[in-house]
Design a protein around this ligand. Sequence first.
Ligand SMILES: [Zn+2]
Length: 180
Amino acid sequence: MDKVKWLWGSRTSGIRGLSSPHKTMEFIGVGDAAIAERVYSLLLTSAYDDRVPQKRPVAVEIPGAKGIDSVAITISHEFKHIAIYGQWGQRIGFTGPGHSDTDGIPDNVEDDRTPNSLGEIYRFNSRDPDCYRMHRYYPEKTHYATYGDNELLARVEGIYNPRATSPGKDWSKGGKQWGR
Ligand SMILES: [Zn+2]
């Protein structure tokens, strides 16, 4: 993997992954923290979910994965941010035509309530970039307030679609081949 010099300096210490799709659609950054075990679960609900009898929580953290499996989650997550940018072409943190809020997801997608559409499933709101109030749960990542909905989609992708991992190739210290 090529080394990419990321611009944000201290903001990147301790983070698992990083993508910057408006600069490059080809690279993501993976930090040392990506290998760390995932140890807690966090379920969040959209502030606009009025479905009864129950709102539908979405997992943004689930415990269990570590090492190569945890890295796979991070990589899948970061490429989802890139895929979202590739699909709609809107930078996180900016508004624009058809983008009333700053999460990079278009208004018509967020407000769609057609069955099984993204808007229907996740109960987004085009005037709220963090419908799940994700920033409240990550005090060190207050920027989630500007793109929590985008982050949510990347979390779901990482957790539920981490692609293949290759345990037979995991020769890292403490990895799946360690000590064999
Ligand atoms: Zn993310």
